[in-house]
Design a protein around this ligand. Sequence first.
Ligand SMILES: CC(C)(COP(=O)(O)OP(=O)(O)OC[C@H]1O[C@@H](n2cnc3c(N)ncnc32)[C@H](O)[C@@H]1OP(=O)(O)O)[C@@H](O)C(=O)NCCC(=O)NCCS
Length: 187
Amino acid sequence: MIIETERLILRPFTENDAEDVYEYLKSPEVNCFACMKLSSLKEAVQEMKRRVGETEYYFAIILKESGKVIGEIEAYPESGEPHSDVNAVKDTFSPCWMLNAEYQGKGYAFEAAHAFFDYLFKEKGARRIYAYTEDYNLPSQHLCEKLGMRKEGLFKEFVSFVNNPDGTPRYENTYQYAILKKEWHDS
Ligand SMILES: CC(C)(COP(=O)(O)OP(=O)(O)OC[C@H]1O[C@@H](n2cnc3c(N)ncnc32)[C@H](O)[C@@H]1OP(=O)(O)O)[C@@H](O)C(=O)NCCC(=O)NCCS
């Protein structure tokens, strides 16, 4: 699947993307992506091999004018409620988004996420899209709000991605945002 916007192309990853991806994943900006850190270009190549074949829900964000991979966006179908029946309809998605810091503040994240949401709602059967974001991550909260997502709540000390210097888990406060298909202005 390829999604095109005015300035961007969203397409599946290829093995040739390793260098561009290494550029932003050698030092993930936020704790929630700490586990995605790549320590070498070799590791980036391995990671690209793992991503090849992910054609429906995991996209590289490409700048049309240069062909460079400037970030990524992904979300997989899940049932809305963690304890739901195994046969429950998987019509809920929770996106992760990340841009190379050099390309932030230019509206690319919004352009990519808007197109991705449109795709999920119109072509992949999404009924509800929700996003988790740390209480200190103002750019991500701003993006959720620009996409028309409602702030649904704050989960205090919800999750830990990294440890404190003394080895104890560092818990983070997490906002949940969401939007329903019937609320999507393009539906
Ligand atoms: C979260 C993240 C993807 C947001 O990216 P971003 O570049 O700040 O978001 P946008 O694409 O919406 O751009 C924002 C700003 O670009 C500016 N901009 C410049 N040119 C623009 C254009 N042509 N069109 C639109 N906006 C433009 C605007 O000032 C806009 O801010 P505004 O909405 O107040 O007008 C980015 O901060 C990131 O990758 N962070 C690290 C990873 C992360 O935290 N992921 C989320 C974990 S929960």
